[in-house]
Design a protein around this ligand. Structure first.
Ligand SMILES: C=CC1=C(C)c2cc3[nH]c(cc4nc(cc5[nH]c(cc1n2)c(C)c5CCC(=O)O)C(CCC(=O)O)=C4C)c(C)c3C=C
Ligand SMILES: [Fe+2]
Length: 387
């Protein structure tokens, strides 16, 4: 029957404060996060942004204990999944492949080769698909497969997204219900879904299904919850000057406060582990904002982590994938709509998102040139006598 493996794909996070800058460098080097027309510009720009952002980002990681808990939690999820698969009569080794930090996807593939895995299920730990998350990991894997013909002996299948999975929805609904039951007026508390945002151009120009999947997912969780509570959906964690999906979480909190809402349960919906955006952004920044807005009873639903119903759901996803026709990487990296993967690639005139992105980039490149010129004392501005 051969050896079966499961590869869990995730984002990765800095283990300690010294890792923050190189982690950010890896993230901004990814063309699925920032796409430039000249690939040679990618690394200098990534270096520049990571250097500029590192201090602020380190401060946030310091507030949650000096590093991301993502690696530890993902390892615990992998162990629990291995045990559940064993119990269900489907033994498999579970590997972790992070996109921007250790253990990197390349390291996981090396282990999979070393262990002579014959059948592999590729399972992203993102319930909803986005070009910027699962899409980026799938692209990387496609490249690894193209570069290593030995990998062709592995019979693999990919799970693209799984936000509709019954056990996942049940586990989310259970966690929300537990939090609501802590309120005396539990049926009146507002359920506030906060999803990680993406730039609007990903959805509108590149056809990223992320927003649609997030909206469907929150509606399905509410159905499973089966309570009369009002609910809202907003997007957090935007980066850079362009427009991201709206409403922004901070604006939605202020709006609810202004409407007289006092009781709020925040549900992080795009990620299945605790991470900087739950522990710092929601628990510290948004809590403070809510307090100022008059929302005095603010609670957050914990991330799924190793919730047994959730781990069981992952095991069911794996078993189902092994018993279904395989899905190849080329199928999940190609979007259904005929769309461009990289919304920022095309220049457009006018006040468009694309123009906004390009203006930001040109300014950034000019800034790098200026810095290099100031440091080296040479360059076009010295040449024309401006410096
Ligand atoms: C589904 C979840 C995520 C989407 C979609 C996503 C898109 C996205 N992210 C950035 C930029 C950053 N993300 C950062 C951290 C981070 N992002 C996610 C998830 C999604 N990102 C997670 C889980 C984490 C935290 C990992 C951890 O260490 O705990 C960061 C670094 C942190 C910071 O400096 O704020 C950046 C930067 C973009 C630009 C983007 C879509 C284009
Ligand atoms: Fe992110």
């Amino acid at each position: 029957m051969g050896r079966t493996g499961v590869l869990l794909l995730n984002l990765g996070g800095p283990d300690q404060l010294e890792d923050v800058r190189p982690f950010l460098f890896n993230l901004f080097s990814d063309p699925e996060i920032i796409r430039l027309p000249f690939p040679w510009l990618q690394k200098p720009l990534a270096w520049f942004i990571s250097t500029m952002r590192a201090k602020k980002s380190q401060e946030n990681y310091r507030q949650i204990g000096g590093g991301s808990p993502l690696r530890q939690i993902t390892e615990a999820q992998a162990q629990a999944l291995e045990a559940h698969l064993q119990q269900k009569g489907q033994p498999a080794r579970v590997y972790i492949g992070m996109r921007y930090w250790h253990p990197f996807t390349e390291e996981a593939i090396a282990r999979i080769k070393r262990d002579r895995i014959d059948r592999l299920v590729i399972l992203p730990l993102y319930p909803q698909f986005s070009i910027s998350t699962s899409g980026s990991s799938f692209r990387l894997m496609e490249k690894i497969w193209q570069e290593d013909p030995l990998l062709n002996r592995i019979d693999y299948t990919v799970i693209r997204s799984w936000y509709e999975q019954t056990g996942y929805l049940q586990a989310m609904a259970d966690l929300i219900a537990q939090e609501l039951d802590r309120f005396p007026n539990r049926d009146e508390v507002t359920v506030f879904f906060s999803a990680h945002g993406v730039p609007v151009s990903y959805v509108e120009e590149a056809g990223d299904p992320y927003q649609k999947e997030i909206e469907e997912c929150s509606a399905l969780i509410m159905q499973n919850l089966n309570r009369p509570n009002p609910h809202v959906l907003a997007y957090q964690s935007r980066v850079g000057p362009v427009e991201w999906l709206k409403p922004y979480t901070e604006d939605a909190i202020e709006q609810l406060g202004a409407e007289g809402v006092q009781d709020l349960v925040v549900v992080p919906i795009s990620f299945v582990s605790e991470h900087i955006e739950t522990l710092e952004e929601i628990d510290i920044e948004y809590r403070e904002l809510a307090e100022e807005a008059g929302i005095h009873n603010f609670r957050r639903v914990p991330a799924l982590n190793t919730h047994p119903v959730f781990i069981d759901a992952l095991a069911d996803l794996v078993i189902n994938a092994l018993n279904s026709p395989s899905v190849k990487l080329a199928e999940v990296t190609q979007m259904k709509k005929k769309v461009k993967m990289y919304p920022q690639e095309r220049w457009e005139w006018g006040l468009t998102t694309s123009a906004e992105v390009w203006n930001g980039r040109v300014a950034m490149i000019a800034l790098i040139a200026l810095l290099l010129e100031l440091i080296s004392g040479q360059g076009p501005l010295h040449l024309v006598g401006l410096l």
